[in-house]
Design a protein around this ligand. Structure first.
Ligand code: OTU
Length: 650
């Protein structure tokens, strides 16, 4: 990398040279005030952006041409940015920590499966408000191939909403309306790959060399074989290896995921620029949080795993700097479902301010299966803390599978054998383990390594499906308690809780996907059913069914969360509860102290009075969830799967 002093000088020189061109564009259409706002941000971010781009693309003979084009694109994008979004920009810049609030509640859904269309989605605003949502992730809703499109993760145009769902204008209208109701719209940036029907891919198929450079396309197996020596297989049930033979082109194409998802080649500056345009387009369409899909895979280097390469970070940071300049309200959310160290490596105010927390997700399920919180407590103690200005997305289920991405060293330290434990967890959750309450389905079993991940809805994995089949009220109670226990933790631990919509109503696995040829090969569809609005209307009124109980209690817990100042931001301390089944932590902020204790066993457990006096918020407190008064003179007793939020008695 070039030295800092040289970068600083070159950055200043290049901006001096490019500025008149940019100013000519801006002065035509922007007011003086708008120009000044843009210029201030540009001057603040330019050196960083320049340094990142030099590191990535400085070797290209036409580097300065690309630089100029990128800068002009940023200027044009700012000019085109609607006023209501510029107002959001101003608000967010004045309050950059807005997303640390305890009022943040996330929801995620597929538009087609939830409401059918974008227009109809607006009609469900009251439902989202009842749930307290402030963040709504719309799963990929762009133009994609007919039939199998990996649930929309194979994008044919980043600028066209899938015709059945609506239009870009409708997306923007919705984003604006939801923003007015305090709900930020989140959309995916599927930037590791396009579909093979994207215009760029079609031109490449037609033999256009310019567009073949957008992807990784090889005439024979020499390069694919060389790369594959160090690659992990991501979708082994789809096809072995990471490359697909295209008979029409007589070429091999790099396809990390499905064969119709072509990996983009970011070593080419024109690809960075083309995708920067798409990113800025989405920002101006009203997207407030951009979910960066599959971040580990975006940079390839021969002889490595081609995951989590240093350049992947430079690339995202460069996108971040660009967003700060031209769409400053927009935040990035990292989707890296990999080793916890690698997950952390994408999180920072200058990279991704928000990230999924796959470790907490996996270990909550791990603790439920084992009835032992030692790995959860140890891992959260050492790995939960984030840099200032960043937040976890804490979730229990998503549209994807569950993988057991804990650290082997952590496991070893608490006496767990990692491979054996992962095998146990897989068999437990796919119901192959004697006595298991879970009914999940295996995903992407690898015949060579024996690896697999788990599909299934929250309720089915937590035991509700099996209990309802057995018609056993005691088992149903336990399953509902597990579901509420998990939610009580993600609602209080710190960060943004994210509900995979359907889970608030105890949705069970739907096995019908197996009859649909476009879905049968991908078991994740078992937990992606269409919303049953009749059932939903029923449970909103009637709380005597398991689903109604879950809905009523969850909405109550959400409201409770939003009222606790202690739940602001992610500062959390794991406490020593003295019981292998009790997971406990303290939250403290704005003069409030909260002690959360969660019992991961179906039997009552106790935390002794001494520990309560050390960690508790005083001597007399109230459990905010049950409303019970508690004194620290004797031990605290928790029922099966009970969670308490203890606050000082007022
Ligand atoms: C993501 O997931 C999406 O969430 C999936 O729905 C897509 O199929 C996929 O990308 C391709 O777009 O492997 O099993 O560490 O784990 O990106 C899911 C990141 C996945 C990967 C993750 C990927």
């Amino acid at each position: 990398m070039a030295d800092a002093e040289w970068v600083r000088r070159q950055a200043a020189v290049s901006l001096g040279r490019l500025w008149p061109r940019l100013d000519a564009v801006l002065s035509e259409q922007a007011t003086l005030e708008q120009r000044q706002a843009f210029e201030a941000r540009l001057r603040r971010e330019w050196e960083r952006l320049f340094g990142l781009l030099i590191a990535l693309y400085g070797d290209n003979y036409d580097f300065f041409y690309h630089l100029e084009q990128l800068l002009l694109a940023a200027g044009h994008s700012w000019l085109a940015r609607p006023d209501w979004l510029k107002q959001v920009d101003t608000r967010r810049e004045a309050d950059p920590d807005w997303f640390q609030s305890q009022r943040m509640i996330g929801g995620v859904l597929y538009v087609d499966l939830f409401s059918g269309t974008l227009a109809k989605l607006c009609e469900h605003l009251p439902y989202f408000k009842e749930l307290g949502l402030t963040y709504l992730h719309l799963m990929p809703l762009f133009d994609a191939p007919e039939g199998n499109s990996d649930g929309g993760y194979a994008i044919s145009s980043y600028r066209r909403v899938s015709p059945g769902l609506g239009t870009i204008e409708e997306l923007t209208t919705l984003a604006r309306e939801f923003q007015a109701h305090g709900i930020s719209v989140v959309v995916d940036f599927v930037f590791n790959h396009t579909s093979d029907e994207h215009e760029w891919a079609k031109r490449a198929q037609a033999g256009d060399a310019e567009y073949q450079d957008y992807y990784f396309i090889f005439p024979d197996r020499a390069m694919p074989d060389a790369y594959e020596r160090t690659l992990r297989e991501i979708f082994p049930e789809v096809r072995r290896g990471s490359f697909t033979w295209r008979a029409d082109m007589r070429r091999w194409v790099w396809t990390t995921f499905n064969s119709f998802q072509w990996d983009l080649n970011y070593a080419k500056p024109q690809v960075f620029r083309a995708m920067a345009d798409e990113l800025l387009f989405l920002a101006n369409a009203g997207v407030e949080i951009l979910r960066l899909d599959a971040v580990p895979f975006i940079w390839k280097r021969m002889g490595t795993s081609c995951e989590n390469q240093p350049e992947a970070h430079l690339l995202i940071q460069a996108f971040n700097a660009l967003a700060r300049i031209a769409a400053p309200a927009m935040l990035f959310k990292s989707e890296a479902i990999v080793h916890p160290d690698d997950v952390l490596s994408y999180i920072g105010p200058q990279e991704c301010q928000i990230s999924y927390n796959p470790l907490l997700m996996a270990l909550l399920w791990e603790a439920l299966a084992t009835r032992d919180v030692k790995l959860l407590a140890h891992s959260m103690h050492t790995r939960f803390k984030l840099p200032p200005g960043c937040a976890w997305i804490n979730y229990l289920r998503s549209h994807d599978d569950i993988g057991w991405t804990f650290d082997d060293g952590d496991a070893g330290r608490v006496g767990i054998d990692p491979p054996g434990h992962r095998r146990f967890l897989n068999s437990f959750y796919i119901g192959r383990f004697e006595g298991s309450f879970a009914r999940g389905v295996p995903f992407q079993e690898n015949p060579d390594t024996g690896d697999a991940r788990v599909s299934g809805t929250l309720a089915s994995l937590a035991g509700l499906e099996q209990a309802m089949l057995a018609g056993d009220q005691r088992l149903i109670d336990l399953a509902v308690r597990r579901i509420l226990l998990l939610h009580s933790v993600i609602l209080s631990i710190g960060g943004i809780p994210l509900i995979y919509l359907g889970d608030e109503a105890g949705t069970l696995n739907d096995y019908a996907f197996a009859n649909n040829p476009a879905k049968a090969g991908d078991s994740r569809w078992v937990h992606r059913p269409a919303t049953d609005w009749q059932q939903r209307a029923h449970i909103q009124q009637n709380h005597d069914t398991p689903a109604g109980w879950i809905f009523a209690e969850l909405t109550r817990l959400i409201r409770l969360r939003t009222e606790q100042p202690a739940i602001w931001d992610g500062a959390m301390e794991v406490v020593e509860t003295g019981s292998p089944q009790l997971f406990g932590f303290v939250r403290q902020h704005a003069g409030q102290r909260l002690l959360v204790v969660a019992n991961f066993s179906e039997h009552p457990r106790e935390m002794d009075g001494n520990r309560l006096r050390v960690y508790g918020p005083g001597y007399n407190f109230t459990d905010l969830i049950s409303g019970n008064s508690i004194a620290a003179e004797s031990s605290l007793r928790l029922d099966a799967y009970q969670c308490v939020w203890l606050a000082a008695k007022t």
